[in-house]
Design a protein around this ligand. Structure first.
Ligand SMILES: CC1(C)CO[C@@H](CC(=O)O)CN1
Length: 428
């Protein structure tokens, strides 16, 4: 019997001059998943998923126009996949007017957890706020109660910083100072020094991280009395100076020595077979092969942007397929067909899809895939420490279970964890 096509829209940040251009790395993973889903025997019987995509350039304005193209050019799309946070905000805000579910595979902004604004938004990419409970868990572990924050004035860091301060207050942790900068962190670092900050949380992109840590070197905000918490998803040699940084590599190494990082775990770490039918490690080999086919003279040392998030894109298609699979029989009972969906009257289908996504759970290549009430990805976080230019794995944290797996690999320059402020020893 005839196979019916179900059409999905997607926006990839492929070209463009700013923001996260992760479409390059994510698109091949999405096609891998489409292939696997369409070949899976007992999934979506009688249906075939077809993808229609446009380049968003990680630009919200262009994102809106190409969303309209996807909506107004036949065939009708059932849902939309989105990448960059700033594009997903525009797309998810608009898409709900067309009864469209939106799945973010590359969107980390905390703002997207707003269920009033984005009632049909789900994401396989964890929100940036996932770092915050992990940071607080470590403060409690090492007895730090006075914390300083320095952040780059970007929406994602401002909203993560707000969530962080709220959680610190709830945990009885004092924020002794919070500073931000647009492009030059010199004054911000100066005020950290003035406030005698010792435990410092840095929220900024990799480029700004180089400037901050070079400034920290110049102002002596490094060494055995300090702990810097940085973000863990920078490229491996992020601390190596680039022309505009006036610190040598060895000065940078001194500044970054001993810092801790937190990041969401977005590649399954054990050897269980994932939804792809293979382990995450084996999947990555297949993905690498796919990349070398889709990017001419692909250099496996220069990973494309989106390489890290590719498992999230792969799992997003599986989440859609499994949720759709759950939706079919429910619609049948209502005498409805999924292929009858249209933007004006599709409310019941959209609601059934949303309910199905809320219950969707599976072991994806990116780890256990599950969504919170607000559509946020549930995930573990990973904690590392840089020692002499190399990151050592310190542990994992499961926020939901408040469970810290710790390997006792940490090294302190002063032989023990630094204090969070100057201890005045009374000479009796
Ligand atoms: C870990 C990172 C780099 C965070 O930003 C995401 C992009 C975005 O949130 O717009 C992609 N993944």
């Amino acid at each position: 019997n005839k196979v019916i096509d179900l059409h999905i829209g997607a926006l990839f940040p492929l070209t463009g001059s700013s923001g996260w251009l992760g479409g390059m790395g994510c698109q091949p993973a999405i096609y891998m998943a489409l292939n696997d889903v369409n070949n899976a025997r007992d999934l979506l019987p009688g249906y075939h998923l077809v993808l229609h995509y446009n380049d968003s350039k990680c630009d919200p304005g262009l994102g809106a126009t190409v969303l309209y193209d996807l909506i107004y050019e036949p065939p009708t799309k059932l849902l939309i996949l989105g990448g960059c946070s700033i594009v997903c905000s525009t797309v998810a805000e608009t898409a709900k007017m067309y009864n469209l579910v939106v799945i973010g595979y590359g969107s980390s902004s905390p703002a997207l957890s707003n269920r009033e604004r984005f009632p049909t938004f789900f994401r396989t990419h964890p929100s940036a706020t996932i770092h915050n409970p992990t940071r607080i868990k470590l403060f409690n572990k090492f007895g730090w109660k006075k914390i300083a924050i320095i952040l780059e004035a970007e929406e994602v860091f401002i909203s993560t910083g707000k969530d962080f301060e709220l959680k610190c207050k709830q945990a009885g942790i004092e924020i002794i100072t919070r500073v931000s900068f647009l492009t030059d962190p010199q004054d911000a670092v100066k005020s950290l020094a003035r406030q005698d900050a010792r435990i410092i949380i840095g929220m900024f992109y990799g480029g700004a991280a180089r400037k901050v840590m070079c400034e920290a070197y110049k102002q002596g905000l490094y060494g055995k009395q300090y702990v810097w918490f940085l973000i863990g998803w920078y490229e491996d040699d992020w601390y190596k100076p680039v022309p505009e940084i006036n610190c040598t590599e060895e000065q940078m190494l001194k500044a970054v020595d001993g810092h801790l990082t937190t990041e969401a775990l977005i590649l399954n770490r054990d050897d269980r077979p994932t939804i792809a039918g293979v382990t995450a490690k084996d999947w990555q080999k297949m993905y690498d092969k796919q990349l070398s086919k889709s990017i001419e003279n692909y250099d496996s040392k220069r990973k494309p942007e989106g390489y890290l998030e590719a498992p999230l894109a792969y799992d997003a298609i599986w989440a859609v397929a499994l949720a759709l699979n759950k939706t079919l029989p429910i619609l049948e009972k209502k005498g409805m067909k999924i292929e009858s969906f249209d933007y004006e009257t599709g409310t019941v289908i959209k609601d059934t899809m949303t309910d199905a996504l809320k219950q969707t759970q599976f072991l994806g290549v990116s780890g256990l895939v599950a969504f919170s009430e607000r559509g946020d990805r549930v995930a573990l976080t990973q904690i590392e420490q840089m020692v002499k230019g190399k990151y050592n794995l310190l542990g994992y944290y499961d926020t939901q279970a408040d469970n810290l797996t710790w390997f006792n690999n940490e090294e302190w320059l002063g032989g023990k964890p630094p204090n969070d402020h100057t201890i005045i020893v009374e000479r009796l």
